[in-house]
Design a protein around this ligand. Sequence first.
Ligand code: G3P
Ligand code: CA
Length: 259
Amino acid sequence: RPPKPSRPHFARAENIAHRAGSGVAPENTIAACARASASGADRCEFDVQQTKDQQLVLIHDETLDRTTNVEEVFPDRSPWRVSDFTLAEIRRLDAGSWFSPRFRNERVPTLRQALEMLGKGRAGLLLEIKHSPRSPGIDSRVAAELLETRDLWEGRRLALQSFDRRALRTLHRAVPDVPILLLGGSGADLSEVEDFADALVLPHAAQLSAGQVRQIKARGLRVYAGPTDRPRVQRRLLSLGVDGIMTGVPARLRDVLRY
Ligand code: G3P
Ligand code: CA
């Protein structure tokens, strides 16, 4: 039987576990990333935020109430903003039970814990810096942490992304060897973007056009898309030649990538 024709762009596209694989495990947790890694993810995407005492933790929302039991533990601290709690307080919270009792006692991870996972499984990291007026200086703190932990990530699969261009410029200056992805830059001036970024991430995966992908790639930038969990959309993205897809269900995308 002749071998199947190879489809090089399919093989190259990265399987990125969005929020570390939020479709099958509690988002932004170490358990989710370990599971994603075992399911074929090439990277875990995590959201980075800053605590009251300027520590870096991995959580998506600006508040703790959707993805932890903070209302039970600190009932009087509404609206439960991440930036109003210390790391020690946040580490007391259960970040898994809201998703399923199987993940009881999963904690909100620190950035350092995610970096320590590098090299232990298949998946690398894509860290999203969540910039907001409540987290001044988060970009410099992430840069400082990366400079201190170079031995954990150098030579491993690590990239950074943000909607905030100023944060990305700061990070690019501090750690120029870490690839930078600009989130949501579909209307961006590509000649400006290429000064600090290696790729664009286009969240509206189903609407992405072949022309857009061609134009971005012609500048030497890579294209990432998603999140999407729909195989039909994923197959279309692969046929357009995207370099990576974000998904909450990496095992499903792994099956799409196999064929
Ligand atoms: O599309 C990428 C994604 O990470 C941005 O969305 O809200 O899940 O952080 P969000
Ligand atoms: Ca994100």
